[in-house]
Design a protein around this ligand. Sequence first.
Ligand code: NAD
Length: 439
Amino acid sequence: MNISIIGSGYVGLVTGACFAELGNKVICVDNDNKKIEDLKKGIIPIYEPGLKELVANNTKKKRLIFTSSIKDAVKESEVIFIAVGTPTLNNGEADLTGIENVARNIAINMTGYRLIVEKSTVPVETGEWVKHTILNYIKHKIKFDVASNPEFLREGSAINDFMHPDRIVIGVESKKARDKLVNLYKPLNASLVITNIKSAELIKHASNAYLATKISFINAISKICDKVDADVLEVAQGMGLDQRIGLSFLNAGAGYGGSCFPKDLDAFITISEKLGYNFELLKAVKNINEEQKNYVLKKIKDNLWILKDKTIGVLGLSFKPNTDDIRNASSLNIIKALGLEGARIRVYDPQAIQKAKEALQKDKPVVAGVKFCKDSYEVCRGSDCLLIATEWNEFKELDFVKVKKLLKRPLIIDGRNIYDPKMLKKLGFTYIGVGRGNG
Ligand code: NAD
């Protein structure tokens, strides 16, 4: 099939490359000219395992091309996916400017039947708006369909998630749209959930809200664990083995971040309010998450007392492992708060240093006190404490004898609960986890 993907970010680029790999002819579009020029040269703007090779392979086979012209893409493609960002406005609403802009551009450039598919995460009823927008701007009497096909890939394992999804959600209102999308996804041999557009839109928001709820739930439990000297890992294991609950997303820590959960929760709370429902549960989920970042900060302060002129070593910047995405990363919140108290910070991340540098540039007083290090051991050298902010695998395999020698004080604040407290205590460390007792 001839497909276009408008918006070539984490979702658009992975989706485009994977559809090309499945044998389709794909045009990836973006309004960021530099991104498109880089992609044409084989430079991938994000770190995602396997993506560089996939893009190179499909570009070579001429199944994947890049352009900044929506017009050309719309002309060539029967199915057009919208994968632009849907960030949060100050009032919590999703900013749908990009979606509207793309819908308008599709409308004025359509030359025949097109299926326009929402891939971005959008509030329920956005499909209706996309339809109206196209009808309002279309030049000739051309038939089209709108569909919703929310994406569930996870950064860090995006290609595998796309190729082996738990399910594919397809929200459609015509047989033609349904047949096209079913056909497109046929090679994946995955479970399909076929619904109307509004249900599909809601499935995405409801799923992310539910996962965020699980995280905040276990984070709340972690506080009780600290108070009574219980271990949240044991509690989560005991709960999660119950098949009705499941083990995933029961990891207590420094709170969730990233470009999706915080934004999607805000958008879901806001759209619910607009529709006349006060989603108190999700408001609590959000508050618990905010508190959790402060909770880790408090653990540092409780152990170091005065932060001014202390050196804090921080391992991990990305919002989760195996990605360079630092959007809403808990690590950056904590670093900023430490910096404002006058602490010096030494940080290392396997992939996200460049993006973190750019983000922290805006915070001049903070960034002045931050040293970006070449590895974990350089972070430890002369630090008064070591904070684990992201659970990259390489942090799990440190040489702790070396770490202890390098630290000024053998204090580990494990914001992601990746270490065995007994092992570290035996080696002479003071170990503070999240909900591991004695917190
Ligand atoms: P992103 O910021 O990485 O990519 C968005 C891209 O769209 C950017 O390259 C931007 O330049 C481009 N863009 C914006 N406006 C445009 C326009 N008018 N015309 C052409 N290009 C335009 O964002 P992302 O992480 O890929 O997320 C995209 C959507 O997918 C969001 O709605 C997000 O919630 C959803 N989503 C993201 C993930 C994830 O893990 N990142 C997972 C599932 C769903």
